[in-house]
Design a binder for this molecule. Sequence first.
Ligand code: NAP
Length: 365
Amino acid sequence: MPDSVTFAIIGATGAVGREALAILAQRAHPVDHIRAITSDRSAGTQIPYAGSALTAEEFDADQLADVDCALLCTDATTSRRVAPCLVQQGVLVIDNSSAFRHDPRVPLVIPEINAAELQPESTIIANPNCSTIILLLATHPLRAAFGLREIVVSTYQAVSGAGLAAIDELRRQTHAALESRVLSHHVFPQPCAFNVFPHESTFDPATGFNGEEQKIISESRRILADPSLSIMPNCVRVPVERAHSQSILVTLEQPATLQQVRACLAAAPGLRWIDDQTAPTSPTPQQATGIDPVLVGRVRRADAGPDESSQRFMLWVCGDQLRKGAALNALQIADLALNLRARSPRALPRALDRPHAHLPTPIEN
Ligand SMILES: NC(=O)c1ccc[n+]([C@@H]2O[C@H](COP(=O)([O-])OP(=O)(O)OC[C@H]3O[C@@H](n4cnc5c(N)ncnc54)[C@H](OP(=O)(O)O)[C@@H]3O)[C@@H](O)[C@H]2O)c1
C-alpha cells in the first residue's frame, strides 16, 4: 500500500480500531495520512501512533473528502449511518460491523477465499464476522481439495470480541473474584471471570441459535457460495482476553488420508501449521494473540475404520479475532480494492460523480 493513501479509522479508540492503527504503524504508514475518528465522547483525545499521536476527531463526512479509504470499526447502527455519507465523498468503505453483510450489492470478502468478489466499482465492502473468518480460513482449503459436506464447530470466544469494555470487565471481575468480592457485570449477561456461557448475542427461540451462530451459518454459505452447506455451530464465551479457539469436525465429500489433510492445511495461505505428532502440542489463544496467521493443529481422523482414508476429520484452530478476524482482514481488503480502483478506468475516483442508485441501501440483520 503506497504511503500516499489516506486512511480514516472510524472508531479509532475501540478494540478493532486500535488494532488497525497498530497494523498501520507496523507497516510504517505515515501519521499525516491517517485520520482517527470517534464519537463526540472521545473527540480531542490523543491516540498514540508509532511514537507520535493522532488527535481524535468527531465524525463529520464533509471533513473527510481527502480520505481514500475508511475502515469502519463501529457498531452496526453507526456504520449504517456513516457509510453512505462517506461513499458520497468518494471514500472507499470497509465495514467491520454486520450492517451490510447480507446486502447482495456489498461484497463480503475473505481475501484468501473470495477476493474475486471485489469489483473496481465497489463502494462498500463488508468484513465478515470474526468467527466466520477463522472457521473458513481453516476449512476452505479442505473444501477446495476434497469437497465439504458438513461442518460442526464449537467456539471458545475471547471476551475482547465484545469490545474494549469487555476486556475491562474480565480484568475487574478477575480481581474481584480473587478478593472474594461480588462480580458485577455490565457488558455480558453473566460474570465472565472463571465462567463459560453461550455467546451473549440475541437468541432465536424458533431455531435455538444465538446471533453469532446464525452469522456463522449465513455468512459462511454466502462467502462459499454454497447455500445448502450444512453448518452446526455452538458459540461460547470463555474467560480469555484475546484470540478465539474452535474445535471443528468436517465431513468431506471425498475420502482423504491424514497425511493429505495435514499437507493441505500446512500449505494453505493465512494458516500456520503447528501440529506435532510426536508431542502433545496444540495451538493456544495466547500463541495466536497479536500474530497474523490462524494456527491449526490436532488434526485427527474422526472414524476409526480399517482403511487409511476417511471423510471425517477433527481439527483445533486458534486465531486472533482482532487481527485476522477484523482489522487485518479489513486492511487486506483495502489493499486489494484500492489497487483495483487505481488500475481500472471504470472506477470513478469520486462518489459524487456517481448516480445515487449505486449507494447500497443498508438492511437490518
Ligand atoms: N472486537 C472484535 O473482536 C471484533 C471482531 C470483528 C468485528 N467486530 C466489529 O467491529 C466493530 C467495532 O468493535 P469493537 O470491538 O472495536 O468495539 P469497541 O471496542 O466498543 O469500539 C467502538 C468504537 O466505535 C466508536 N464509536 C461509537 N459511536 C461512534 C460514532 N457515533 N461515531 C464515531 N465513532 C463511534 C467508539 O468511539 P468512542 O471512544 O468515542 O466511544 C469506539 O472507538 C463492531 O461492529 C464489532 O461487531 C469486532
